[in-house]
Design a protein around this ligand. Structure first.
Ligand code: NI
Length: 185
């Protein structure tokens, strides 16, 4: 396994439309293992293949739930996280709720910038897993939001593209400043 370099905005590759995977191969499974390692190292909760320069419709997500025996008043530093890796190949939304939800989103390709984004609260999604097995599920909560964010990457869209131009320019300017000061790579 290997930690891959993550592409950051304004790299033109992030605007690319990724192509569907025809057959899931061992090369894809190696890429997926590397994507998980890269995502955990960052750390982040989701990563699209294009963020490591591969324009194929592949995503990894891990929301890492808290361990079952976590007390309500646990010290956040000491909470044990349980890994729940999920792979989505060729994901397709077939239904979305009218009801919307808002989450503060961030992105490994837009480091250290965060903003509220509104998306459908519930979605029905079809996808393949890393064995090529088909899934069709209704998802909600953070998983639904995270998956929609990652699916945007497959269409060349970043979360900042959902913001007003004013807000987006503000965030990009802030990111430039951070880079100049050497805090963001
Ligand atoms: Ni992202």
């Amino acid at each position: 396994m290997a930690i891959l370099p993550i592409i950051e905005t304004p790299d033109a590759r992030l605007k690319q439309i990724s192509t569907p995977v025809e057959t899931v191969t061992d090369a894809h499974r190696t890429l997926i293992a590397d994507m998980f390692e890269t995502m955990y190292d960052a750390p982040g909760i989701g990563l699209a293949a294009i963020q490591v320069g591969v324009a194929e419709r592949i995503l990894v997500i891990d929301l890492q739930r808290e361990a079952d025996d976590t007390p309500e008043d646990a010290d956040p530093e000491k909470i044990v996280r349980v890994k729940e890796p999920r792979v989505f190949i060729n994901p397709e939304v077939t239904w979305e709720s009218d009801e919307l939800s808002v989450y503060q989103e961030g992105c490994l390709s837009v480091p250290e910038m965060y903003a509220d984004v509104q998306r459908p609260a519930e979605i029905q999604v079809k996808w393949l897993d890393e064995q090529g097995k088909a899934h069709d599920e209704k998802l909600d909560g953070l998983l639904a939001t995270c998956l929609q964010h990652e699916m945007d990457h497959l269409n060349g869209v970043l979360f900042i593209d959902h913001l007003s131009k004013l807000k987006r320019d503000m965030l990009l300017k802030k990111l430039e400043k951070l880079r100049r000061s050497g805090r963001a790579a």
